[in-house]
Ligand binder design. Structure first.
Ligand SMILES: Nc1ncnc2c1ncn2[C@@H]1O[C@H](COP(=O)(O)OP(=O)(O)OP(=O)(O)O)[C@@H](O)[C@H]1O
Ligand SMILES: [Mg+2]
Length: 197
């Protein structure tokens, strides 16, 4: 897959990560690849409605997700709002088992990539690491750059950063070849930088 997506969108709350993902990535996607958006905050249906995206299937908890997925989801956008960590395992296992292309989008990615939850971290790491050869696209969304552990970050193609304010995150941005952490610190709502890593 030449246009393989493997990226992370990071930035302070309220500065435009979800807006960018929905309007600049999801809305402009080509092809008919299914998209699975896992959103613990349960707010993506509002974001999709605001962007006039209607072809999605909403699963408000684990049982709804399992029953709807069994019936198939073809090329749709699936919104899954997990209530428990088991929901992440179910979704990650599904992605791993799928042979067809799929785009996994993880909101609040830090809740999954916590190294303490070795099971989901391991599953996610595998999806990222073997994503290109196994037709798995992945987008991780989180507030801080440090939410994306280095061994996952180094597998990414791009980091899209909105405003960042933590010193350690700004330092990492400089190491990654950002236009300048000072600029990123001063970003307004909707301003971002795409860093090819
Ligand atoms: N480029 C933009 N043009 C117009 N409005 C925008 C733009 N980017 C963001 N906004 C608006 O700013 C607000 C915050 O954006 P958004 O919800 O995307 O933030 P976020 O980074 O996802 O925050 P959180 O981490 O809390 O989820 C929203 O009301 C959104 O509509
Ligand atoms: Mg958001």
């Amino acid at each position: 897959m030449s246009d393989w997506i493997c990226n992370a969108i990071v930035g302070k709350s309220g500065y435009g990560k979800s807006y960018y993902f929905v309007n600049e990535m999801l809305k402009k996607r080509t092809g008919n690849m299914p998209v699975l958006i896992i959103d613990k905050k349960a707010e993506y249906h509002e974001q999709l409605e605001a962007a006039k995206i209607n072809d999605y299937m909403l699963c408000k908890d684990e049982s709804e997700f399992i029953s709807k997925i069994r019936k198939g989801f073809k090329n749709k956008i699936v919104l899954f709002y997990p209530k428990k960590s088991v929901g992440y395992w179910i979704a990650l296992d599904l992605i791993i088992s799928m042979s067809r292309p799929v785009w996994l989008v993880l909101e609040e990615a830090h809740t999954v990539v916590k190294r303490t939850d070795k099971e989901s971290y391991g599953k996610l790491f595998d999806i990222v690491r073997f994503g290109r050869s196994r037709n798995k696209n992945i987008t991780l969304i989180s507030q801080r750059l440090s939410d994306i552990p280095p061994d996952i970050r180094t597998q990414m193609r791009q980091i899209i950063t909105f405003k960042q304010t933590y010193k350690s995150d700004l330092k990492t941005l400089d190491e990654l070849g950002s236009v300048g952490s000072k600029k990123v610190f001063d970003f307004d709502v909707g301003e971002y930088e795409i860093i090819n890593v």
